[in-house]
Design a protein around this ligand. Structure first.
Ligand code: ATP
Length: 912
């Protein structure tokens, strides 16, 4: 909330401020008006303000409360048609039918409500997991808090990659730049400074402010929160945007189209059947009700809703595989993914880094000791040495220690490093030589990013200043004019460069991540230089080799991807030999490792060819990722791309599935991604793809199942009518079948486990819908069997005088029992159901049992008989129904067995 000035805690004496002109006030006045200071608020004051001004959240329009959810169950054309059916029934005096249809509508709504409620809760839980944190200063201490708990007066620390969590008046900035395109449309990043600006300037020119929802793309800074939640500038826009609608996922749109086509078909069938019946001399009102029931029978009600439910529950299932889905569309795209482009460091590798080797011009040193503990020894030629016996070693370690943001501390007796793993490894190595965590006063910093591939800091040093640089060896080497050889600094010559590069390649070929260090002394009190002048004339100190082994599960995940027809392309910022070594350990092609200097030269078509063959790209920049995504997409691939940095955002957005790293990733990357990996692990992407495939297959299964049932019903009613006999199914019976009994089984198909060979099939074609021609044939054949079974029984019973009264109940019940056998056909498409365990989907077994139980009641409970127009059946009748129904499952199952055995025999022969 914007802090109303007259309600400021403790601010009674201050004159009211011209409210949102915080940008125009000097920092001291901002502190004063918000009763805060550089030490931040106290915990108590913050709690107080939170109570008073509310949480720092935008009203979430995606959250749907139960009244809306309930109302949504009735916002459906079909329900309206059914309401018309109730009215017609009442008009022709069929009160029982009217009540029955009304009850069915309510029951259907209740079922729909329960399912959607579950789905909404699942989505809610996911949104909560995404809740980001912010670094604030409270009680004079830095702490991480939930962003929702920010209050006006809080001091917030911002750094590159963060998304600004509230409207903030900046009090301190170091090269801070923000991308405000989301708010102002201004594409170029805006430089930020704490100085006040004139009150009249527009939003984009208020450089003393950082606005909620904008991204920090460079530098760092601190500021004081002046507005939170809906009172922020972003909140105002969000309030305006709330009217915007949701377009649904592509699959939902496809199903919507299918639904509409079926509705047209339904209308045509209804009109035809009504006309035929009427011409045959049947009463018009009876025909009108039949027409309505048929319409309801044809259209698979609420398909899009069922899809949302399955996807939402699917998203909850994905979290168990450490993939947090931000957009439901991603699940569909995941199921069709054909290529995964992945980072190496921390995704394919463990990201637990340890310095094991240090190459120095005067001779290499190795380091032992594992993990974060700063205990270990330095070895030279197999002997332990004291680190301080080698001034060149100490110099390299010092630069690694100073040009560093990580910190090392002991907590409860255990050593903990915080910060980026590469830097943490250098910190630990330096600590092994006795360097402390503290660093000299930093004058300025030229930060690391994946484009620069280096980082430098200038610190106070003895009588002047010193620049320390660390970065990719070839990059650092390019700035070196001298080299520290033992204790002497001398000009670097070509031979030195060759030796350095050879040493670096040697380490990289062993899979080590490599980083060179260099330094330069600057005169005291010089004007702080820019990177162009400062990062020159350096003295090369040495090259660190850092081990970061592959994750144990990554190799298996790569194999799984391969057998699932999914290409894996490693795109890393690391050096080519390192990439090749890690690729080799993961069974990725090592003959196709291309360094940037090689692949940047390639024409699009050539690079696309190499990518198709599974190239590994090294020393790649974020722009290269973008090129790769575009090239692959132009070839029709569905691309998943991983990323963590600010610069990765465009490629993540462009990819069909943007995957951000949950642990390492910046807010910016997470905010554009479709999926956030909670454990940064490559294996989680493959698990998520499996989930995506499973869910798409399940949606296909239940759509096909519902359609086959509906085709059966329509055929049975139409044929009976055309044959001129009595009605085979009454309207209320058709509704009962569709709304109450089928919906349950269809949803149960939605949670089917997935076929054992799910990851042995190639990815589905992206254009593939839920119904292709073979599926349509299958669905029609099964629907035909349903109609034939029901019509056959109906005819036989009608023709036998003793049984005629039971004919309709027999047809009705047989239809339901057949449908329950039929649902088993759709559990797996490629394998016999018995292979995946006949009873393995408990929900389905429960749904089938419940439906059959309901049907026994429909037939035998005196209270339901008049409503559903049934008569009791004998045990023999039930036996006949079972005998007629079982083949609808047994025949396809036998065919599947035969095909499966043939496939397996063929497979065995091929293997032999
Ligand atoms: P991936 O893209 O697979 O995650 P990466 O993390 O190794 O690979 P970058 O972070 O772009 O890619 O690193 C590229 C190179 O830059 C590294 O090989 C290393 O030499 C250097 N480097 C990495 N981190 C730092 C850092 N904090 N400071 C200076 N140089 C670094």
């Amino acid at each position: 909330m914007q802090l109303p000035v007259d309600e400021r805690p403790g601010g009674e004496t201050a004159p009211p401020a011209p409210s949102p002109d915080w940008h125009a006030l000097p920092v001291e006045q901002v502190f004063d008006r918000l009763t805060t200071g550089p030490q931040g608020l106290s915990g108590d004051a913050a709690r107080d303000r939170l109570d008073r001004y509310g949480t720092n959240r935008l009203d979430d329009r995606r959250r749907i409360g139960w009244p809306r959810l309930m109302a949504r169950q009735f916002q459906n054309v079909l329900i309206l048609i059914l309401v018309v059916a109730v009215a017609i029934s009442l008009a022709i005096g069929e009160r029982v039918d009217a009540a029955a249809i009304a009850a069915i509508i309510l029951l259907n709504a209740a079922l729909g409500f329960i399912q959607e409620w579950r789905a909404e809760r699942a989505l809610d839980a996911l949104r909560r997991m995404l809740a980001p944190t912010s670094t604030v200063i409270r009680d004079g201490r830095r702490q991480e808090i939930d962003r929702g708990d920010l209050v006006p007066g809080d001091i917030v620390c911002l750094k590159r990659g963060d998304r600004t969590p509230a409207d903030i008046r900046l009090i301190e900035t170091v090269d801070l730049r923000a991308d405000e395109a989301a708010l102002t449309g201004e594409a170029a990043p805006v430089s930020k400074h704490p100085a006040p600006t004139s009150p009249q300037v527009h939003l984009a020119a208020r450089t003393g402010m950082s606005w909620m929802g904008t991204d920090i793309v460079a530098g760092q800074g601190q500021g004081v929160v002046v507005a939170t939640g809906m009172a922020t500038e972003f909140g105002r826009i969000a309030a305006l945007a709330q009217a915007a609608g949701d377009t649904g996922t592509p699959l939902q749109r496809k199903l919507d189209r299918l639904g509409r086509r079926l509705a047209l078909f339904a209308i045509a069938v209804s009109v035809l059947v009504t006309a035929a019946g009427w011409l045959a001399g049947r009463p018009l009102d009876e025909m009108a009700l039949t027409a309505i029931s048929l319409a309801v029978a044809v259209v698979p009600e609420g398909l899009p809703a069922v899809v949302t439910i399955v996807l939402a529950l699917g998203a909850a299932a994905m979290v168990r595989h450490n993939a947090l889905v931000r957009r439901l569309q991603a699940i569909e795209a995941l199921g069709a993914a054909t290529v995964v482009c992945t980072d190496k460091t921390g995704t394919l590798t463990r990201g637990e880094m340890t310095v094991t080797d240090i190459w120095l011009p005067a001779g290499s040193v190795s380091v032992d000791g594992a993990g974060d503990r700063p205990h270990g020894h330095f070895h030279e030629d197999g002997h332990v040495i004291a680190a301080d016996s080698r001034p060149d070693l100490m110099a390299a370690l010092e630069t690694g220690n100073v040009c560093n943001h990580a910190s090392l501390a002991q907590e409860d007796g255990r050593w903990r490093v915080t910060g980026e793993p590469t830097e943490a490894a250098l910190k630990v190595a330096a600590a092994k030589a006795g360097f402390s965590d503290g660093a000299p006063v930093r004058v300025c910093e030229f930060p690391f990013d994946s484009d620069r591939k280096r980082m430098s800091v200038i610190v106070d040093h003895e009588s002047g200043q010193r620049l320390h640089m660390k970065g990719a060896p070839e990059v650092v080497l390019a700035f070196a004019t001298h080299i520290l050889d033992g204790a002497t600094v001398r000009p670097i010559v070509d031979a030195d460069r060759h030796v350095t590069l050879a040493a670096y390649h040697n380490m990289a070929a062993r899979g080590l991540r490599t980083l060179a260090v260099a330094r330069r002394d600057l005169p005291a009190n010089a004007e702080t230089p820019g990177p162009q002048t400062a990062e020159t004339g350096l003295t090369l100190l040495g090259v660190f080799g850092i081990s970061d082994p592959p994750r144990a599960e990554a190799r298996h995940a790569v194999d799984t991807a391969r057998s699932a027809g999914i290409g894996v392309i490693m795109i890393t910022g690391d050096a080519a030999p390192t990439a090749a070594a890690i690729a080799g350990q993961l069974d990725l092609p090592t003959n196709l490792v291309l360094a940037r200097s090689e692949f940047a030269e390639l024409a699009d078509a050539e690079l696309a060819e190499k990518l198709k063959a599974g190239a590994v790209l090294a020393r790649a920049t974020p722009e290269d990722k973008m090129r790769v995504v575009r090239l692959l997409q132009a070839r029709g691939e569905i691309v998943a791309m991983t990323g963590d940095g600010v610069n990765d955002a465009p490629a993540l957005k462009q990819a069909d599935i943007g995957v951000a790293m949950g642990v390492r990733g910046t807010d910016v990357a997470k905010n554009v991604a479709d999926i956030v990996l909670l454990d940064d692990n490559f294996a989680s992407i493959i698990a998520a793809i499996r989930e995506g495939r499973r869910q798409f297959a399940n949606i296909q299964k239940f759509v096909r199942y519902l359609l086959s049932s509906n085709i059966g019903e329509v055929l049975a009613v139409a044929v009976a009518l055309i044959a001129g006999g009595p009605m085979i199914l009454l309207p209320v019976q058709i509704l009962w079948m569709n709304l109450v009994t089928d919906g349950l089984s269809a949803l149960a198909l939605g949670v089917e486990k997935g076929e054992p060979d799910l990851m042995e099939q190639p990815p589905r074609r992206p254009s593939e819908g839920v119904l292709d021609r073979p599926a349509m044939l299958l669905v029609s054949a099964l629907g035909g069997y349903l109609a034939l079974g029901a019509l056959g029984l109906f005819a036989v019973y009608l023709a036998t005088p003793d049984l005629a009264a039971r004919a309709q109940t027999m047809a009705f019940t047989a239809m339901i029992v057949m449908e329950k056998f039929n649902v088993m056909n759709f559990r797996t498409m490629h394998e016999p159901a018995t292979r995946i365990g006949l009873f393995s989907n408990r929900l389905l077994i429960g749904a089938v049992a419940a439906t059959l139980g309901l049907q026994v009641l429909a037939v035998h409970a005196p209270i339901l008989q008049p409503i559903l127009h049934t008569v009791p059946l004998t045990l023999a009748d039930w036996g006949v129904i079972l005998a007629v129904s079982a083949p609808i499952f047994l025949i396809p199952e036998s065919v599947k067995w035969l095909l499966w055995h043939r496939r397996r025999r063929h497979h065995i022969q091929v293997v032999q």
